[in-house]
Design a protein around this ligand. Sequence first.
Ligand code: DX5
Ligand code: ZN
Length: 222
Amino acid sequence: MSVVISPSILNCDFAHLGDELAKIANADYAHVDVMDNHFVPNLALGLPVAEAAVAASPIPVDAHLMIEDPDRWAPAYAEIGCASVTFHAEAAAAPIRLARELHAQGTRVGLALRPASAIEPYIDILPEFDMILIMTVEPGFGGQSFLESMMPKVARTRAAIENAGLETWVQVDGGISRATITQAAEAGANNFVAGSAVYRADDAYTEVEELRRLAREASHSH
Ligand code: DX5
Ligand code: ZN
């Protein structure tokens, strides 16, 4: 399974969005965090900024919707050109219908789980998704510490995917850095969101390369 690096722009300098996106041109996706102050206790980004990111980004945009009522809002993110749209299992009223609607719009579709949500109820519907996002912090803010306790869930998710003969990506988001990416990759994640690790590094480009190297090394070693 290929290693995918998706820096989060949540803590980038929004006054210079184009320059900030240009810094991560060597990554695979630009991860855009959308927060509505209801699903999570923070308000961040929305359609206009996501649309600006799609226009300015040298790489495809991966939208992570931490919002209530994704059934109502998610299709708009596909409409503006996000290459991947992820909504939360806890918030969707009809996740299968929404996944099919997003697929019909031509986007990749992800299903996200908060730390306290189990993967087991979703195992039978894995074929509806291109990616499962296992949150490795409580969603809402960048810069939090990685929850190592999520690694068994990552491993169970990867095992269920392999068992079903699927190619689904497993994304981890929250506290991913040089110090934590190896264990996440060893547990079975192949897609890594890193916000502060990339944007607080002296050189974002080098940080992306280093994270990719560490993840590849860990994926090959098991
Ligand atoms: C948290 C967001 C993350 C966040 C990651 O709710 O979903 O994408 O930006 O930031 P770091 O890498 O700093 O934990
Ligand atoms: Zn995110």
